[in-house]
Write a protein that binds this ligand. Sequence first.
Ligand SMILES: N[C@@H](CCC(=O)N[C@@H](CS)C(=O)NCC(=O)O)C(=O)O
Length: 215
Amino acid sequence: MKLFSFWRSLATYRVRIALNLKGLTPEIVEVNLMKGDQRDAKFRAVNPMMAIPALVDGDGPALFESLAIIEYIDETHPKPPLLPAEPKARARVRGLAQIVAADSHPLVVPRVREYLSAEFKVDEAGVMKWAQHWHKAALTALEQHLAGEKDTGTYCQGEQITVADICLASQVAGANFFKIDLAPYPTVARIAATCAKNDAFARAHPLKQPGAPAA
Ligand SMILES: N[C@@H](CCC(=O)N[C@@H](CS)C(=O)NCC(=O)O)C(=O)O
């Protein structure tokens, strides 16, 4: 397996956690988002969306979109399962995951922040405000679900680590990058702290990857 990755990428962090949980160690191919490697023709041939992660298993083709890749990993390596068995629980887990991966994260990726700045002349403080706004919108919704619903346990869905926890961890890592206080989101913070103690999450953390700054 070959994973196209960069230390800072939150979407790739999600896939790294899933791979670690399954005991898989792919070859890592760096796509340096700070140098714009994602827009090089060579990588564009791998993922026309010019975004990481991408995963090549065997002869390929290259798989793209973190949630699709995680479901592929889960389907090809079923233990431990990353989705619950019961249909309503599966839908809840997928919903929580998509608050992060579909509603919030796409609004704060480099290409969106760069477009705000280059096309609409939003200054650095304005771009930060934008990113914080969309982060907080997701954190508020996640907190309301997790604090108020009986399915929440040690993890987002009872006692099982699921794709919802994987996405929650990436949301919290992003919140730290964008200097967001987690105090208003205590259930999110509690679950993320529990996950952070798990070796599969800890080893996958952006700041633990080659090339990452010390803090
Ligand atoms: N929805 C995609 C998001 C992929 C994505 O946008 N990845 C970011 C890094 S976290 C990226 O490569 N961005 C490149 C850019 O914005 O130019 C997923 O979940 O995989």
